[in-house]
Design a protein around this ligand. Sequence first.
Ligand code: SF4
Length: 345
Amino acid sequence: MNAPRILVISPNWIGDAVMAQPLLRLLRAAHPAHAIDVLAPPAVSPVWRQMAEVDEVLETPFRHGALQLRERWKYARLLRRRGYDQAYVLPNTIKYALIPWLAGIQRRVGYKGESRHGLINVMHHDETPPRPMVAFYAALAGAPVAAQDPAARAALPRPRLVASAAQIAAVCARTGIDPARPLVAFAPGAEFGGAKRWPARHFAGLGQAILANGPSTQIALLGSPKDKQACAEVAAGMPAGAAVFNLAGATSLAEAIALIAHASAVVANDSGLLHIASALNRPVVALYGPTDPDHAPPFSDLAASISLRLDCSPCRQRECPLGHQNCMVQMEPELVWHSLRPMLA
Ligand code: SF4
């Protein structure tokens, strides 16, 4: 007889997927005989492949934002044949809750979200203020409760990803990064919007301080194709001849994960790559402007969260409604260097 299977439906954001990893650890511990599969968008699936608890990653064939009812119904029929007996629906939308319902999966766990009565039959409700993201997802492993026990919340496992030595060696060889020299990774992008981005000239100023302190250090600029311009501006502000690798849009997400796993330290905006660095337990400096540094903090053993905590922060807007983005502009490179320097010692 085949092993019973659990289906986890992934959030659509990389950082959220990372912060859902403790849920998988709890599910693995509670259901040791089950296989755990994850259904994820192609842009997020590489993150799940770096999690030891996942048996198989299935990629969603749906277009972002589209309901595609017929396609969901067809896909649900495929899932029905795989024999899942429970599903954990991490996105809050109806369209993702439809899939396990159409697939006839008996136990369908999730938050109420878009009033998903019936589609979700083990329904959780969030607290006010909202739970931190790790606690939000991890709560789905247990029975619905009105308020999480603070001690249990504090004892939750941290998100953890793994990257193999072979993955690291392969990406170093392909990009020309010398694995024997120190590497600092910058993540100057932020998919959510421009307000979250520390200015390129500040990243460049920090890079200059790193290189003055350790001339053999290499700096990798990581990001998606959308971050090419921001990374090009950072690279343009670096000293000529410095070992700066502008890799925005030039690596797969799996390769970026491997480079981060190899880095001595990572400096990142509040973005998916920040949470990847944290889950790989790399020393990380996290830069927060319009978002709350306490909502999704880094979990590395060595981590610093920097936020100027202006009166207008956190506004949680994609672009600065005041037009000046002072939460990031006034965060000088010296302030970040002060946190980063001891990590490189
Ligand atoms: S309103 Fe304040 S917190 Fe929001 S982006 Fe502008 S400066 Fe930053």
